[in-house]
Ligand binder design. Structure first.
Ligand SMILES: *Cc1c(COP(=O)(O)O)cnc(C)c1O
Length: 209
């Protein structure tokens, strides 16, 4: 069942973008271990977790059994706990402040462990959403060479669609992120789109759903 659902969404994504198809991250947060095992046995190797500890509990014990397993940290990353990302998570999608970014680089260097990060920007301007304001994000991107190391790699930009899910506004937000990429960092990847709004995100250039 998990595999069928995943495949269904992947097929929808491929229909919209047959080439350069975005990567589909299976969000496993709050899912029981049986479902995760089912997904793994169906060949799904790419998962997203928003709580670091929950991800570690679920995947660390089985990590060695599934070569190619790729765990993404989704949602806001906190300076105080991000050191725990290393050893399991290879991507983090919610770097939302300069101090968090500096701490991520610091910890990656200290542990000599590679982490690919996405900078989160709040384009819907809802105060429930975290992330950089657009102007601050652009300042960081312009000096991105100062925020890289052999271990911490700038991978792209992330934004969340508006909570309303309203189509016109959602599209506007996703288009805006794609425009920031075009203008300031053309080789960056875009992480945008969830269950409710992924078709729009794919149309607007997302690389990770
Ligand atoms: C749960 C979660 C998602 C996935 O949401 P779906 O609507 O299930 O696709 C994406 N991002 C974050 C930060 C989440 O916590």
């Amino acid at each position: 069942m998990v595999k069928e659902n995943y495949q269904f969404i992947l097929d929808q994504i491929k229909k919209i973008r047959p080439e350069n198809t975005p990567k589909l991250i299976a969000v496993s947060k709050k899912q029981p271990q049986e479902k995760i095992t089912e997904a793994l046995n169906g060949g799904i190797l790419c998962f997203g977790e928003n709580q670091i500890k929950e991800g570690l509990d679920k995947f660390l014990p089985i990590q060695d059994k599934y070569p190619g397993l790729e765990i993404h940290h989704i949602g806001p990353v906190q300076s105080g706990t991000l050191r725990k990302l290393f050893g399991l998570f290879s991507f983090t999608h919610g770097v939302g402040s300069e101090s968090t970014l500096k701490e991520l680089i610091n910890q990656a260097n200290k542990r000599q462990a590679i982490i690919k990060y996405f900078l989160q920007v709040n384009l819907s301007l809802e105060d429930t959403k975290s992330g950089f304001e657009k102007k601050d994000l652009i300042e960081i991107i312009k000096s991105i060479d100062n925020y890289k190391s052999d271990f911490a790699e700038f991978h792209g930009l992330m934004t969340m669609g508006p909570s309303s899910g309203e189509e016109v506004l959602t599209r506007k937000v996703f288009k805006e992120l794609n425009q920031i990429r075009k203008d300031f960092c053309p080789s960056a990847k875009l992480s945008m789109g969830m269950s409710g709004d992924y078709p729009i995100a794919v149309e607007e250039g997302s690389d990770y759903i």
